[in-house]
Design a protein around this ligand. Structure first.
Ligand SMILES: [Zn+2]
Length: 221
């Protein structure tokens, strides 16, 4: 019944390791089935090399297990909050990739310093406030405080924790996780090379974003 989202979630989870975005079991992808109101997510603590598509756990938006014998990822509550907050999301990725996580631990948004960043979004990658106690304890009525345009900005840092990204499907969400890590690394080195670095100027941000995403986009084939 849930084979499609189990398969897609499995593939996307395996792609996270191929891209070098996770160490040990520190990362997870979920894929959402909007009609059924459930998502498939990686089980907690299972090494990637032992993972199978049928191991994916089916969970509802209250983070309750609907199908599966294994315990879902410990980050399941945050995935559920994101799907609940923004019903348009098709998949959510969470990693502890090194540079993205370093910015999150420092509670800093990643400033837009260059055109690689501007090709993907026109703003800083926001660092949301650390998860509030109410949310950690499971009160889903709590407002997450992720007040952003989730259509344009498909990546955030959760303060003290690590990156979360999303997209229309598993592939896009994983791609965004890789972009976030790349941009996080570039920003880290850019500040090291020039501590007085300034944000990219508005004209370049507009030019780069629109050539890929604007109505007259011309980047690529
Ligand atoms: Zn985590």
């Amino acid at each position: 019944m849930y084979n499609r989202i189990k398969e897609e979630s499995y593939e996307a989870n395996m792609n996270l390791t191929k891209l070098g975005l996770v160490k040990f079991t520190f990362g997870n992808v979920s894929v959402f089935d909007r009609d059924k109101g459930v998502f498939a997510i990686k089980p907690s603590g299972v090494p990637y090399e032992l993972l199978k598509a049928e191991d994916m756990v089916i969970v509802d938006l209250n983070a309750q297990v609907v199908e599966g014998n294994l315990r879902p990822s410990s980050d399941t509550k945050t995935h559920a909050v994101l799907y609940k907050e923004w019903p348009g999301l098709g998949a959510v990725v969470h990693t502890h990739s090194v540079y993205g996580t370093a910015w999150a631990q420092a509670n800093r948004s990643i400033p837009i310093y260059g055109t690689t960043h501007a090709d993907h979004l026109t703003t800083d990658i926001p660092c949301a406030p650390p998860m509030a106690d109410e949310m950690i304890e499971g009160n889903y009525e709590y407002q997450t405080g992720y007040q952003i345009d989730h259509q344009e900005i498909q990546m955030i840092l959760v303060g003290n924790h690590a990156p979360f990204t999303w997209g229309k499907d598993g592939n896009q969400a994983v791609y965004n996780a890789a972009v976030l890590e790349y941009v996080a690394e570039l920003a880290y080195f850019s500040e090291g090379i020039n501590p007085q670095i300034e944000r990219l100027k508005a004209s370049l941000i507009k030019k780069h974003y629109e050539r890929k995403h604007g109505k007259d986009a011309y980047y690529g084939q």
